[in-house]
Design a protein around this ligand. Sequence first.
Ligand SMILES: *[C@@H]1O[C@H](CO)[C@@H](O)[C@H](O)[C@H]1NC(C)=O
Ligand SMILES: *[C@@H]1O[C@H](CO)[C@@H](O)[C@H](O)[C@H]1NC(C)=O
Length: 357
Amino acid sequence: DSSRSWRRAATLLLAAGHAPPSPSAAAEDYEVLLLQRTQSSSFLPGAHVFPGGVLEAADCSTDWLAVFQPHHGPPSFGLALSGPRENYPEVALAPWPGCRSLIPDDVAFRICAIRETFEESGILLLLRNGAKAPHLARAHAPPADLAAWRARVKEDPGQFLQLCQRLGCVPNLWALQEWSNWLTPFVRKGGRRFDTRFYVCCLQSKPQTFLDMLEAIKCEWITPTGAIKKFAYEEIWLAPPQFYEIRRLKNFASLLDLHKFCLDRSSEGCERWLPITLLTLDGAMQLLPGDELYHEDKEFLEKNLSINKKTEEIMGKNRTLHRIVLHSRYHYSIHVTIQPKYKHIYPENFLGFKNHL
Ligand SMILES: *[C@@H]1O[C@H](CO)[C@@H](O)[C@H](O)[C@H]1NC(C)=O
Ligand SMILES: *[C@@H]1O[C@H](CO)[C@@H](O)[C@H](O)[C@H]1NC(C)=O
């Protein structure tokens, strides 16, 4: 039953410089791209998400070798080799020809993220073949017949390669830095599950977006601070991993700092997290690895954890915490007392805004 197997996916945190409206705004000097999914979509309907989607066989087609030559090719395509990736828990991934291809995962997942970003937002993260990558990436101008190309790519992901060839360009792999890796938490048996690599890409300036109105009905560039506020005011809804990642970005007030941080740790390695839902007597939370109540047990791939206590009883200062408490649909808090691995950074503790207290 293929609906039960995990699908590989890639997501892109696209950050772009912007001029803050006023110095007193005290938000970040960059915005991230959020797309609102349609209410009819089967996964996270209505939610605001980063662009991304499922890895296709076309993303690791050996035909890409011809597109990248003579400037780049196996084994690494000029990418910093990715560091260790935690493999717990092993999940039954849907069959995929990747392992037989000359296109390494580090390349295929980036092509996937770039292709999906094009499909959903019209933004083309391409570089003229052989061109030197600028310090901060720039998006390529959309092709003249954008709508037609996009329809073709949606119909057949292999068309993305044709588009690159037509434009004399290659996907700008080098602009995407590995950031994190999330496994979809269990909700119910047979639900859709993804093993999703998250990348960050820092752009000099905001490119224009073109909605497709199929997968995404709204495109929004917003500062991390702005997104957290809109969520609290119930103007947008974020799933816990997206909320966590936006809070994590809030560690960086400047795009250049974020970019430097990503480059510095690009080959350090990556944690891969399976959040476990813990149901308490009066609420729920998502436990992340390192939390004292987290269980490294495959059983919780397909099961919630529950405890005969109230949420408040298992919080408190003298504890080892790495969790997202789900107080209500629009109120999450984040509690982290552990140290990050792989030179990464975790979000600061966050209790929510006053209007929730
Ligand atoms: C597991 O927890 C989630 C989150 O609270 C909930 O939506 C879901 O219904 C629970 N599933 C089961 C089988 O208890
Ligand atoms: C905090 O935890 C440590 C180690 O578990 C323990 O020795 C200490 O007594 C605790 N302190 C308080 C105030 O509970």
